[in-house]
Design a protein. Structure first.
Length: 204
């Protein structure tokens, strides 16, 4: 639980911030949503606010799709399973890679592109429920999934409402380091700049 509650969330948040630094247009949409909920104020985020950050949740899920911190997990099958021309006997240990699943073009068109619309309500409804495995899946999936999403939303809001994030890194330059968890090799090259406060912001 210590690893699940700290390392995985920290890795996920770092990747999300890096992706937003690369994709300034998406960062702007996230900031617009934060501003529409909180306005130009320093008030604390309340529970009711959390569920209004719909686009931010899509962004977080898309970041987790591209760079899931859990590199692999396993399941023991309790009956024979046939996959095309192969049969897995009962009792076999099956290893599943979220990274590979999440890059499957049959599930996610243009799978190497950062596209939060992959997690619109319509697109999620049209995919298999186990097409997204950042938190594993089934009865033995991550117990802390709701806590993780709330804590990541709070952290992202705390940063992005006050700062913009920037980088010279490109998507093609991101290299992974696989240890117990999957993270970016050579750190996360990000700079931050304070946002200008405004009393008048217009939304399309």
């Amino acid at each position: 639980m210590t690893v699940a509650g700290s390392d995985t969330s920290a890795i996920s948040e770092c990747f999300c911030i890096l992706l937003l630094a690369i994709h300034q247009d998406i960062q702007d949409k996230v900031y617009d949503e934060i501003y529409s909920v909180l306005g130009d104020s320093d008030r604390e985020v309340i529970p009711e606010d959390i569920f209004r950050f719909k686009y931010l949740e899509m962004v977080l899920k898309e970041s987790l799709r591209l760079f899931p911190p859990g590199a692999i997990f396993s399941r023991k099958i309790n009956e024979n399973v046939k996959l095309t021309n192969f049969e897995l006997p009962k009792g076999s240990n099956v290893f599943v890679s979220p990274y590979v699943t999440h890059r499957c073009p049959q599930l996610y068109p243009d799978p190497d592109t950062f596209n939060p619309e992959n997690f619109s309500a319509e697109n999620e409804a049209n995919r298999h429920k186990f097409s997204f495995l950042a938190f594993s899946g089934g009865p033995r999936g991550c117990l802390g999934v709701k806590y993780a999403m709330i804590s990541m939303k709070l952290m992202m809001v705390a940063v992005l409402r006050r700062y913009s994030v920037h980088t010279e890194c490109k998507m093609s330059e991101i290299e992974m380091q696989i240890d117990l968890l999957a993270k970016k090799a050579n750190g996360y090259p990000i700079t931050i700049r304070p946002r200008e406060r405004t009393q008048d912001r217009t939304f399309a």
